[in-house]
Ligand binder design. Structure first.
Ligand SMILES: *[C@@H]1O[C@H](CO)[C@@H](O)[C@H](O)[C@H]1NC(C)=O
Ligand SMILES: *[C@@H]1O[C@H](CO)[C@@H](O)[C@H](O)[C@H]1NC(C)=O
Ligand SMILES: *[C@@H]1O[C@H](CO)[C@@H](O)[C@H](O)[C@H]1NC(C)=O
Ligand SMILES: *[C@@H]1O[C@H](CO)[C@@H](O)[C@H](O)[C@H]1NC(C)=O
Length: 344
């Protein structure tokens, strides 16, 4: 292993995804915006099936001077059944199986609004229960030599230098995140515990406050040293098990609810100008604000690489895709010019 992969004088970003193009946009946009690309390392984690493609892509197009390390989940010795007993339970739980392996497309109607169709499909996507998505809760173990990492989702674009985030005083907190319960945008920024949990359930109402502010994944600064002194992973596992025991009535699927619980008391709120949410479900977005924000996040169904992405928000993403590249040309992925020609 290259020593700089665990050199804490570098800025370490972690991204876990099975989408090569999305990963390349995250990496390219980060390198382009960085004031210190030569001190930047990206750790990409992907599944076994995507590993060869992901690895080849970044071997062909290294974002030098930044460093990219690509690993498949099968390459981490730590990821064993013993260490993550709950995930297997989730994937084999009868209610989960019924939900995901049942009638996949029943109730979806191709002649529906494409956005609704996509959202129904995505709601059933096994992505929400996949290991790749839950991996973020194992960062201290997956990167035992690192003190601090920034964890990124694959549906974001980085537009400003993130270097200042490395100097934030975490004040003993573990997770630097944007809170989502206040802000000008009354739809995107109105998330409390009651948004995510079933407060009709006694286990929830006895343990949590419905008014507690939620925070977002997408761009999080994790102090792994502080994290290693906590029981965050155990609490996460405990509540996953509770939800399984309750037949998944405590919260719907997703990795955020158990994390909201596990990171309670360990959140350092960061300024919302670092991370703008909702570009994948909010059509009426203030474009000036989009331009100004350091990280824009296409959370929601309307991903910028899909036909259903919002046309006025796609250029912020497509500008980091190299349409002269042969692979990309042959894939016909949302080439803005081609799209215009098709319409003409
Ligand atoms: C699908 O939608 C079309 C148009 O709205 C409607 O005519 C049709 O009955 C729907 N099919 C089903 C199976 O719901
Ligand atoms: C959980 O749901 C299954 C069917 O989905 C049902 O057979 C079982 O009785 C439920 N268990 C509890 C404890 O409610
Ligand atoms: C919420 O919890 C109550 C009480 O256990 C249960 O009856 C209800 O079905 C749950 N709601 C959901 C959406 O799971
Ligand atoms: C885009 O791809 C072409 C063909 O692979 C390459 O020559 C060019 O340098 C790339 N441009 C950028 C900005 O990476």
């Amino acid at each position: 292993m290259l020593p700089l992969l665990s050199d804490n004088s570098f800025q370490h970003f972690v991204l876990s995804t099975d989408n090569v193009l999305a990963a390349s946009v995250v990496v390219n946009s980060a390198v382009r915006s960085s004031s210190r690309p030569e001190k930047t390392v990206f750790h990409l984690i992907t599944d076994k099936k995507t590993y060869p493609a992901m690895h080849s892509w970044f071997a062909l197009y290294p974002p030098s001077p930044a460093i990219v390390e690509v690993k498949g989940v099968h390459m981490f010795d730590w990821l064993t059944r013993e260490n993550i007993p709950v995930l297997e339970a989730i994937e084999t739980h009868h209610a989960v199986r019924n939900h995901y392996l049942g009638n996949h497309v029943k109730g979806t109607n191709v002649s529906d609004d494409p956005r609704i169709f996509a959202s129904k499909l995505q709601a059933k996507s096994p992505k929400y229960i996949s290991l790749l998505n839950h991996l973020r809760i194992y960062l201290p173990e997956l990167f035992p030599n690192l003190n601090k990492v920034i964890f990124l989702d694959d549906d974001i674009v980085i537009q400003h230098d993130l270097s200042p985030l490395w100097n934030i005083n975490m004040a003993g907190k573990v997770n630097g995140a944007v809170e989502t319960c206040r802000g000008e945008d009354k739809w995107v920024m109105s998330k409390h515990f009651r948004t995510y949990f079933n407060f009709s359930h006694p286990v929830i109402s006895e343990n949590f406050n419905p008014d507690e502010c939620a925070w977002a994944y997408g761009m999080n600064i994790f102090d792994l040293t502080a994290w290693r002194k906590t029981k965050i992973r155990d609490i996460y596992h405990y509540w996953l098990k509770e939800n399984l025991k309750s037949n998944l009535t405590l919260w719907k699927f997703g990795t955020l609810p158990p994390a909201l619980v596990a990171f309670r008391g360990h959140i350092l709120p960061i300024n919302p100008s670092w991370h703008m949410l909702g570009l994948g479900y909010q059509e009426k977005t203030d474009l000036d604000q989009v331009k100004k924000t350091a990280v824009i996040h296409y959370n929601g169904q309307c991903k910028p690489w899909l036909e259903i992405g919002f046309k006025h928000l796609q250029p912020f993403w497509t500008k980091h895709v190299n349409y002269s590249n042969d692979f990309i040309r042959n894939c016909h992925i949302l080439d803005p010019e081609e799209y215009e020609q098709d319409r003409a």
